[in-house]
Design a protein around this ligand. Structure first.
Ligand SMILES: N[C@@H](CCC(=O)N[C@@H](CS)C(=O)NCC(=O)O)C(=O)O
Length: 240
């Protein structure tokens, strides 16, 4: 009986470079599931994305499906105790952060040359040197086209930050002065929020995002609380 979460370990002054891997890690910890962590091999799974889990031989892809799989398996509801209105707010804030703020954060890392060179370029260091630049050009080009297709890369950087400011203000307003989004204990939405906001909050990159977070008095303490609770030590195998 083994459960392994596949993702990536510490990079960019972060517990891991992916907000969704952080989210899945927090969800499994919240559910009390004993699990191991291992470096992802995207070529081995159908959706070619991390996080994924192999649970007794069964592959579960996508952080939300990982949540549902283990909620069903453990018989636990991570939003137990929330009212229907809070459940709606929890889903809305999680999906907005995962599907918009996270994409803006990714544009900061992948589309700004200086950030790309010190950041995502490091993902390709295992590619043989003779083909490395071609692979990087291909993957970065694919990312750019995807972001243009989805519309994010059509915004100016100033417009992206305007949208990010509103997303961050929304989560700060929802948090208020509570320790976690819906009270004294974290729920599933905290896993999503922390995954995305911690990813935005690194000073490793040149970005306005950490300043937008710092503008809200409750957020830095919240992220510190989530970090201390879920990523106090380096839990992932070192990268590279
Ligand atoms: N909806 C997915 C998103 C996962 C995702 O986008 N993972 C990225 C890393 S942050 C990935 O694996 N990207 C590799 C690729 O697209 O080739 C989830 O919640 O798990």
């Amino acid at each position: 009986m083994t459960t392994t979460l596949y993702g990536w370990g510490r990079m960019f002054d972060l517990p891991c470079p992916s907000p969704y891997v952080m989210k899945a890690d927090i969800l499994l910890q919240l559910l009390g599931v004993p699990f191991a962590r291992a470096t992802a091999d995207l070529d081995t799974v159908g959706k070619h994305k991390a996080p994924y889990v192999i649970d007794d031989g069964q592959v579960i892809e996508d952080s939300t499906f990982i949540r549902w799989h283990f909620e069903a398996k453990t018989g636990r509801d991570l939003d137990a105790g929330l009212s229907p209105e809070q459940r709606g707010a929890a889903w809305a804030i999680a999906t907005s952060l995962e599907n918009r703020l996270s994409q803006i954060m990714a544009c900061e890392r992948w589309l700004i040359d200086a950030n790309f060179n010190k950041g995502p370029r490091q993902f390709f260091m295992d590619v043989p040197e003779t083909m490395r630049e071609a692979v990087i050009e291909q993957v970065r080009g694919d990312f750019t086209r995807t972001m243009q297709g989805a519309g994010f890369a059509r915004f100016t950087r100033a417009e992206q930050m305007q949208l990010a400011r509103a997303d961050i203000a929304a989560v700060a307003a929802l948090l208020g002065s509570r320790p976690f989004l819906f009270g004294d204990e974290p729920t599933a939405a905290d896993a999503s929020a922390a995954g995305v906001l911690v990813s935005c909050n690194t000073r490793f990159f040149e970005s306005e995002l950490p300043d937008l977070i710092a503008a809200h008095s409750g957020l830095p303490g919240y992220l510190e609380r989530m970090n201390t609770r879920f990523f106090a030590e380096d839990l992932w195998p070192p990268m590279g």
